[in-house]
Design a protein around this ligand. Structure first.
Ligand code: SF4
Length: 265
């Protein structure tokens, strides 16, 4: 049963994918044949997904049938319980307002663009993580209590404390537009009184990953170049931290984009 950090990583990785979440939910009512799973998932990638779920200790495979392992059942029960708890909290949430923009400064990654700080009131606190499904490209980070949202070149980070940071903005008007749209999306969800339903993440393409790599082909990641590194990232054979150039300040923006994108692979 997963317990140590590496095993927890395997579970997080397994459950970060929409198809695998679908399989786990499908198995909630009992075992299924691989034929049944093929009908909902498709034949081409079923073995790949089952293999990852098995490595994470969430399922057991036996002679053409698939079932949740004991750990998988506990995991699902725990998750369902938590989500019911969270829905109750969500119904208490108050509509938010954007307090005035506090700071405009040049982005480190691109001096022609701006970085903007603002505040959201009241702070979203515990419901912040529940808002992730509202944004097709977003990622909630527990350790920072922050929701990072990617839309085109713009990266917006909302913190549980209410602080908002937006990068790669052209001017103050664009910042106001982004903040207004953020406020409406969140308030629409709050008005409904229930947490948004988790949905499939947007598919990530190889060229999107490649676009945000430094493209120096320096080889420091031990690959032939950035394109090879992108292929291995897509196959989950390497992790982002192997590209040490991304840690340099001028690539801070690229790194954030890649962190969001790789969380959908
Ligand atoms: S270390 Fe980064 S920049 Fe250098 S080749 Fe690898 S992916 Fe490209």
């Amino acid at each position: 049963m997963p317990g140590n950090p590496n095993e927890t990583k395997l579970v997080n990785f397994a459950m970060a994918n929409g198809t695998r979440r679908k399989i786990i939910n499908f198995l909630a009512n009992g075992y299924r044949s691989t034929g049944e799973l093929e009908k909902i998932i498709g034949t081409t990638t079923l073995d790949f997904h089952l293999n990852i779920l098995q490595q994470a200790g969430l399922i057991e495979l036996e002679e053409g049938t698939v079932k949740l392992s004991e750990y998988g059942r506990k995991f699902l029960k725990n998750k369902t319980g938590k989500s019911e708890e969270k829905n109750a909290d969500f119904s208490q949430a108050k509509p938010v307002e954007i307090a005035e923009i506090r700071q405009l400064s040049p982005c480190i990654a691109d001096l022609s663009r701006l970085r903007v700080s603002a505040n959201m009131l009241p702070p979203l606190g515990g419901i912040l993580k529940l808002l992730e499904p509202l944004f097709p490209r977003s990622n909630y980070l527990d350790r920072k209590d922050s929701l990072i949202i990617q839309k085109g070149e713009i990266i917006t980070t909302i913190y549980g404390s209410g602080k908002i940071s937006i990068r790669m903005i052209k001017n103050e008007d664009e910042a106001k537009e982004v903040l207004e749209s953020l406020k409406s999306t969140i308030n629409e969800a709050i008005a409904k009184g229930v947490a948004p339903t988790p949905r499939e993440k947007v598919r990530v393409e190889l060229m999107e990953i490649y676009k945000y790599l430094p493209q120096t082909n320096c080889g420091k990641c031990s690959e032939q170049g950035c394109y090879s590194f992108a292929i291995k990232l897509m196959a989950r054979q390497v992790t982002l931290d192997r590209c040490t150039l991304l840690k340099e300040p001028q690539y801070a923006n690229n790194q954030e984009h890649l962190q969001i994108l790789t969380s959908y692979i």
